[in-house]
Write a protein that binds this ligand. Structure first.
Ligand SMILES: Cc1ncc(COP(=O)(O)O)c(C=O)c1O
Length: 427
């Protein structure tokens, strides 16, 4: 038999190998019948079927508009949507469009905010460069950093989000070690963080932006404000964004998405970029796809113009509020008073972050994960995935629970099963 020639893959494909997200998706497929509290998918019942039907009918009632939407678009995105998003952003920021101080070209439309995160990583990092990340953080972004050979350094957080003093201390340490030139970005999921549910405190937002500017000595240190869950607030007052504290608009990149508040199938995300990054990000995007799906952008523009978007978001929030409350009630029921078991109460988003006693590990190869998925048929995301691997920050006794997909009964049953698995482990 003749020998097959060796497969010579790129360094980047080796860096991207074995991402946790693929393993999790695989587990979900292989373990049908398991109640998934792992998936960060959105609530099926509240997807905007009638809003999209009406908008599509409207768009397709005019041949010229429909043809325009069915044609390729531009790399930066459809102008009609970018202009609307400027107004949308002004509403979220509670200011006038003029006060935004933002050229419409600084709004770059992407295939979900995930693409924006990947493009920013591509634009900033050479192998060995450094990204400072809140610990814990969005594990898919850790995969993106791995994929470009960047080093993720964890920064301590608490119930008020990333700690600016710890950030300053780490930057001081990196400076002393001669590594400051390699630090390019601070990454924070600012609202109802995936995975912890925490929103960084307002004062800390101001401090983080000030620190990024203070340490931008020979090169600019950017902040990536990933506000994917911003519009999913169920209680309390909205906070000013990290981006709003960057008055010069040269330091903070704001990433938002319509996947959570509207539909992930439509997959429209946006980046609000400092002027200096618009060219580099669009150049990379040009190589990638020279424009995200135009039809989806025109569909979203039609929905926004119809005024139906806001009422949809209100409905979605009402549905998630009930689910969040169901999960918190179930956790109370199963774990109140159990030593070493704690969780945070999120004001929005899709996640509850659960900490177990130190000795209970939650990882893919742990007894708990096996017991939970195989015997009790419930799945969660192991918390250790949300820390940069191999760092001292990694904690093995935590998990991310999502109330996005299940209905209230599924959530209650899921938490009951999880508690049963944990009890079984302790006996
Ligand atoms: C924190 C965070 N950022 C970004 C994304 C990407 O979402 P999308 O690409 O659908 O906008 C997600 C998706 O779950 C997320 O949780």
């Amino acid at each position: 038999m003749s020998q097959q020639p060796a497969l010579e893959l790129s360094q980047r494909s080796r860096w991207a190998k074995d991402q946790a997200i693929s393993f999790l998706m695989q587990q979900a497929v292989e373990n049908r019948g398991v109640i998934s509290l792992a998936a960060g998918l959105v609530d099926e019942a509240s997807l905007p079927v009638s809003e999209c039907r009406t908008a599509m009918n409207d768009l397709f009632s005019d041949d010229a508009r429909a043809r325009h939407a069915l044609q390729y678009g531009t790399t930066g995105g459809a102008d009609v949507l970018r202009e609307q998003l400027r107004h949308h952003l002004a509403r979220l920021e509670r200011c006038s469009v003029e006060q935004l101080n933002l050229d419409v070209k600084q709004l770059v439309l992407t295939t979900g905010s995930q693409q924006l995160l990947a493009l920013v990583a591509d634009a900033l990092f050479d192998p060995g460069d450094i990204c400072l990340v809140a610990a814990p953080t969005y594990f898919v972004f850790l995969g993106v950093l791995n994929g470009v050979g960047a080093r993720a350094i964890p920064i301590e957080t608490d119930a008020r989000g990333l700690n600016p003093q710890a950030l300053d201390a780490e930057l001081t340490r990196l400076d002393a070690a001669g590594e400051l030139p390699r630090v390019k970005l601070i990454y924070i999921v600012s609202e109802f963080e995936n995975p912890s549910g925490v929103s960084i405190a307002t004062e800390r937002r101001r401090e983080v932006v000030a620190l990024a500017k203070k340490w931008s000595r020979d090169h600019r240190l950017f902040v990536l404000d990933d506000a994917a869950y911003r519009e999913l607030r169920y209680d309390g007052e909205a906070r000013p964004s990290l981006w709003s504290f960057d008055e010069a608009r040269d330091t903070v990149i704001l990433a938002q998405t319509f996947s959570k508040s509207f539909s992930p199938g439509v997959r429209v995300g946006m980046g609000v970029l400092p002027k200096s990054l618009v060219g580099p990000v669009c150049d990379l995007k040009g190589n990638d796809d020279f424009g995200s799906p135009n039809l989806n952008q025109h569909l979203l523009a039609t929905v926004l113009a119809s005024g139906r978007y806001e009422s949809h978001v209100n409905e979605v929030c009402a549905a998630y509020r009930l689910k969040r409350d169901a999960m918190l009630a179930a956790l109370d029921h199963e774990f109140a008073g159990v030593p070493g078991v704690t969780w945070l109460r999120p004001e929005g988003g899709l996640y509850v972050w659960l900490t177990l006693p130190e000795e209970i590990e939650t990882g893919f190869s742990s007894r708990l994960f096996q017991l939970a998925t195989k015997t009790h048929r419930v799945m969660y995301v192991p918390g250790e995935l949300c820390y940069p691997a191999g760092t001292a920050a990694v904690r093995k006794n935590q998990m991310r629970l999502s109330y996005g997909v299940q209905d209230a009964a599924g959530i209650t049953e899921g938490i009951r099963r999880l508690a049963a698995a944990i009890r079984e482990l302790q006996t």
